[in-house]
Design a protein around this ligand. Structure first.
Ligand SMILES: *[C@@H]1O[C@H](CO)[C@@H](O)[C@H](O)[C@H]1NC(C)=O
Ligand SMILES: *[C@@H]1O[C@H](CO)[C@@H](O)[C@H](O)[C@H]1NC(C)=O
Length: 350
């Protein structure tokens, strides 16, 4: 290499370094070492979050968790997307009810009693006023081949939303696809009717897009960027019973550069946290593709397996393994996720 061309080469290299340093400085987030292969850990701090933009989604135990989070923090929430979950407080804190009423539907669900619990919790200020819920937008999906959470349980959730005053026009429900027990996509996972790990099925149905579309209206699908998916520490006030040491968060490029963004939390199902399926759930629900183009931050809190007789399968708590307050603001997992969302800048009332 001649000296002159080496000088040009060196100059270009320095320029490139300056450019990449400047763009790193423009980022409103702080990255630290990467404990997982190729994945940066991010320090949770306030981002520019649009007021009143928080929404949730989930599948199975994460679907029940999404519903209880939606109803407990209803003042800040604008909507929820639920795959194969069920009504608020369906289990009434009892494992037997969880199985008999809320999964296999061998016994009917007593919606009047659940409504009384909602009213009682609201009067005790352990959940926000339930009048907020009627303004929420809802997406629901239950497959006709789901033998894990019987479709009638999701129909009971539909009735619960109606009882709470949600207009039918605000509920986008799909109960006719012959899908197994899974989060549904149009590009990833098992065959549509199957029920097995990773509990993501390709049914030619863009689940992530439908969830965010039903909640926020006009959303656009783009390309997710792998470098925008981070881990964060689920420690201190971001941790609750059986929660893993790390959670995941997808922060679109624009949201890292201080553009005002919406915020969505998605709860995995049992045996679907990263300790079971690695990054399949946090990468392949179809949420990140929409998030990148539509400026939505997506948080994926993580649970891992706990005690043999309470939570052996890494489920979110919808049946009281963390205590009887599992479904209200005093529940340890509920509080952990609320604290995290608040630390990111949401107007949630913890
Ligand atoms: C749900 O939303 C999708 C996409 O916008 C739409 O095609 C479908 O008709 C809606 N279904 C209901 C029941 O509103
Ligand atoms: C939807 O969003 C796109 C892109 O942001 C925008 O060009 C379009 O006008 C929006 N449509 C509606 C109906 O708001």
């Amino acid at each position: 290499m001649k000296v002159s061309s080496f000088a040009v080469f060196a100059l270009v290299l320095v320029l490139l370094m300056v450019v990449s340093m400047t763009s790193a400085l423009k980022l409103n987030i702080q990255k630290t070492s990467s404990p997982m292969a190729g994945r940066s850990n991010v320090v949770i701090k306030k981002l520019n979050i649009q007021p009143h933009s928080l929404s949730v989604s989930g599948i199975s135990s994460g679907g029940f968790m999404a519903v209880q989070f939606q109803m407990a923090y209803s003042a800040a929430i604008v909507g929820a997307g639920v795959f194969a979950g069920g009504p608020f407080f369906c289990s009434q804190g009892q494992m037997a009810y969880a199985f008999d009423q809320c999964m296999y539907a061998a016994l009917p669900i007593d919606l009047d009693s659940l409504q009384q619990t909602l009213q009682q919790y609201a009067s005790q200020n352990v959940i926000d006023p339930i009048a907020n819920i009627k303004n929420h937008k809802v997406f629901m999906f239950s497959g006709t081949s789901d033998n894990t959470v019987n479709p009638s349980v999701m129909k009971a959730l539909f009735e619960q939303y109606r009882k709470l005053g949600v207009p039918a026009a605000n509920i986008n429900a799909t109960f006719t696809v012959p899908a197994g027990h899974a989060w549904i996509t149009n590009d990833y996972g098992n065959d549509c009717s199957i029920t097995q790990s990773p509990w993501i099925n390709n049914c030619n149905f863009p689940g992530g897009q439908r969830v965010l579309g039903a909640i926020y209206g006009n959303v656009t699908v783009g390309k997710a960027q792998d470098s925008n998916l981070f881990t964060y520490d689920q420690s201190n006030s971001f941790s609750g019973t059986d929660m893993d040491s790390k959670g995941y968060i997808y922060i679109p490029t624009a949201c890292q550069q201080n553009t005002q963004c919406k915020i969505h939390v998605s709860f995995h199902g049992c045996e679907q946290g990263a300790s079971y399926v690695q990054e399949q759930f946090v990468q392949h629900t179809g949420l990140n593709e929409v998030a990148e183009r539509s400026n939505i931050i997506v948080v994926y809190p993580q649970v891992s397996s706990g005690q043999m007789f309470s939570n052996p399968n890494g489920c979110w708590d919808w049946f009281a393994y963390s205590g009887q307050n599992f479904a209200n603001k005093q529940g340890s997992q509920m509080a952990a996720v609320a604290n995290l969302v608040k630390a990111l800048g949401s107007d949630i009332i913890v």
